[in-house]
Design a protein around this ligand. Structure first.
Ligand code: 8X3
Length: 251
């Protein structure tokens, strides 16, 4: 198999970082993206021992930054085989009537529009080559709506819809499109959602064994390494203690 190149958004932490690590171990060339340059540089240093790595520091919610960053890629990294649309955050957890509009804008700008900007910048080359793989990281929040989840759930329902839309629009170009929808994964997710309230965040993952970023990364690697005629369309992944977005067997 020729060496593949993967473009990973939100690579500085959580599922994105774990995916970068398992891809690197398996010799996949990496384009790691995120806002935090220091973290990107540290990851590049570490993973360069295993594979070729370049980094792009940009804010995915800024259209110009996205296109400028992707067009700045050196020749070596311009051919992208695998796009992992992973960047996404939850900001706040409150009712619609009490919701913060800046939080709403951030979630829609990052989770939905950012994913679209990156896809728009990268898909055309896959269409021309009639080959490529897109993995969209959704959430159980894209399948269910739970109390106070409103706009985050809406953003992940949009990812679910866009995943299906991409599969339809790209079908005749031999491009595979998959979505992974995790339940509770123990990452910085809740700390961001609760704006740095570490205690509140810890409580989300207390009393049961939550999924780890590596669990989802393993599945992403499995998905992108199926034979070329196999496309895993959609996966919901829970920790064993979870039965729905709101049912968790905590002790
Ligand atoms: C993360 C899972 O249940 O907090 O997307 O929405 S949940």
């Amino acid at each position: 198999m020729n060496q593949k190149t993967a473009f990973i958004t939100g690579a500085t932490s959580g599922i994105g970082k774990a995916t970068a690590e398992i891809f690197a171990k398996n010799g996949i060339k990496l384009i790691l993206c995120g806002r935090r340059k220091e973290r990107l540089l540290a990851l590049q240093k570490e993973l360069s021992k295993l594979t070729q790595v370049t980094i792009l520091a940009f804010d995915i919610s800024k259209k110009e930054e996205v296109f400028d960053a992707i067009t700045s890629l050196s020749k070596d990294f311009q051919h992208i085989d695998i796009l992992i649309n992973n960047a996404g955050n939850a900001h706040g957890l409150s009712t619609i009537q009490e919701g913060n509009i800046d939080d709403w804008n951030a979630m829609l700008d990052i989770n939905v529009k950012g994913l679209l900007y990156v896809s728009k910048a990268i898909l055309p080359q896959m269409v021309v080559r009639k080959s490529g793989f897109v993995v969209n990281i959704g959430s159980i929040a894209g399948k269910e709506v739970y109390p106070n989840g409103n706009v985050y759930c809406a953003s992940k329902h949009a990812v679910n819809a866009l995943n299906k839309a991409m599969r339809i629009d790209l079908n005749k170009y031999n491009i595979r499109v998959s979505a992974i929808h995790p339940g509770a994964v123990e990452t910085e997710f809740s700390e961001v959602r609760f704006k740095g309230d570490v205690e509140k965040a810890k409580n989300v993952y207390a009393g049961y064994k939550a999924l780890q970023a590596e669990d989802i990364a393993d599945i992403i690697y499995f998905v992108v390494t199926r034979p070329s005629h196999v496309n895993i369309e959609d996966l919901i992944v829970y920790p064993t203690a979870q039965a729905s977005a709101t049912i968790l067997n905590k002790n």
